[in-house]
Write a protein that binds this ligand. Structure first.
Ligand SMILES: NC(=O)c1ccc[n+]([C@@H]2O[C@H](COP(=O)([O-])OP(=O)(O)OC[C@H]3O[C@@H](n4cnc5c(N)ncnc54)[C@H](OP(=O)(O)O)[C@@H]3O)[C@@H](O)[C@H]2O)c1
Length: 360
């Protein structure tokens, strides 16, 4: 079998480091390019014999030169949008962890995928689960999608109880070990809101047929309900190695070192409705997704600004949703016809969100 050459973007992050372990285990995978935002990747490149590297900036030249078979986009935030569109436009397989790019540029990404004709494989665990449950099914047989959410570290708390929570409290995720931005997004439930929009674009299912349920142990990664009353679920331990390996070795599904589920040891599967009053970002995301145009891009940009300010100690936890809501109210959400218009909408949302955030 030919070796798959992988461009790993966001190589120094949580997903990036786990992806390197997956590549090291699989002789049929090879790294051909590495990129980070500001961390030095020289040592990493030397250790893996990678000739093409870049730190920050436009990744187009890197990708054009490295000519990967697969782009694993594990960049955090809107910074990943260029690489997503690059891969989709050229029909290069895109293993997508960077959900923000699909949320912000969903329409442009789908048009690019249509032209490029390549594969778009989700790395987000819930979407990888949905991809696997949906594969080979007739779209008409699908009733709805169910995304599970752990509920984050503040599950069960009231709004009042979230008044004084600290960055450390928000970063103490109960089930997943991830980078700081997505961990805060999990605490506000913005992450599930972004995933709702991501699922809409990935699977072409309308918002009113995508349900979110709280499932504290993250054992069921997501479910698909079918019109005959059956529901197919994807189960496993909360380990990103599995969806990363699935996307990189698709369709072979290579072995990993993740243990099999211990069923006889006792497995409790509990589900509950999310608390939309305490975690308003989930409802805001659904509204932004349904409104379409650049509303999802604005939601994403304002959230990035607000989360960075929270992590920086400049904004209280409850201020994150307030900043996002104000930004959404201030824009007209007109669709972006091209990447330049989308970048402008993103920048405008950042300006608006910045007004709601105290300067250091
Ligand atoms: N972590 C998870 O388990 C998980 C699960 C599902 C989905 N995801 C998604 O995967 C993405 C990455 O998450 P993460 O948790 O791995 O984040 P992370 O640990 O913060 O890592 C982010 C990576 O992106 C790089 N980066 C930032 N800006 C960049 C730029 N302008 N150009 C190139 N690289 C840039 C960072 O480089 P520096 O080191 O130089 O800053 C770092 O390598 C996010 O979209 C997240 O939502 C993550």
């Amino acid at each position: 079998m030919a070796v798959k050459r992988i461009a790993l973007l966001g190589a120094t992050g949580s997903i990036g480091r786990q992806a390197i372990e997956v590549v090291e285990r699989n002789p049929e995978l090879e790294l051909c390019a590495l990129a980070s935002g500001s961390s030095d990747v020289t040592e990493l490149a030397r250790a893996h014999g990678v000739a093409h590297t870049q730190v920050g900036g436009d990744l187009t030249d890197l990708l054009e030169t490295a000519r990967p078979d697969v782009v694993l986009n594990a960049i955090v935030g809107f910074a990943g949008v260029g690489a997503t569109l690059w891969a989709l436009e050229r029909g290069v397989t895109l293993a997508l962890a960077n959900k923000e790019s699909l949320v912000a540029a969903g329409e442009l990404a789908l048009a690019a995928k249509e032209r490029g004709g390549g594969l778009l494989l989700p790395v987000d665990s819930e979407h990888s689960a949905l991809h696997q449950c949906l594969e080979g099914r007739e779209p008409a047989s699908v009733h709805s999608l169910v995304l599970t959410a752990s509920g984050g570290p503040f599950r069960g708390r009231s709004r009042d109880e979230l008044e004084g929570v600290t960055v450390d409290d928000a970063l103490a995720h109960p089930t997943w070990n991830m980078g700081p931005k997505i961990t805060v997004d999990s605490a506000t439930l913005a992450n599930k809101g972004l995933e709702l929009i991501e699922a809409h674009f990935l699977f072409g299912v309308p918002y009113d047929r995508i349900e979110i349920v709280i499932h504290p142990t993250s054992t069921v990664h997501s479910l698909v309900r079918f019109r005959d009353g059956a529901a197919l679920a994807h189960l496993g331990y909360p380990e990103m190695t599995v969806p990363i390996s699935y996307a990189l070795t698709y369709p072979e599904r290579a072995a990993t070192d993740v243990p099999q589920l211990d069923l006889a040891g006792g497995l409790t599967l509990e589900f509950a409705a999310p608390d939309l009053e305490t975690f308003p970002l989930l409802a805001l995301a659904r509204r932004a997704g349904e409104a379409g145009g650049t509303y999802p891009a604005v939601l994403n940009a304002a959230n990035e600004v607000a989360v960075a300010a929270f992590l920086d100690g400049r904004l209280p936890f409850l201020g994150i949703a307030e900043v996002v809501e104000s930004a959404l109210e201030a824009v007209d959400g007109a669709p972006a016809q091209d990447l330049a218009a989308l970048i402008e909408a993103d920048a405008e949302a950042r300006r608006l969100a910045g007004r709601g955030v105290p300067v250091a």
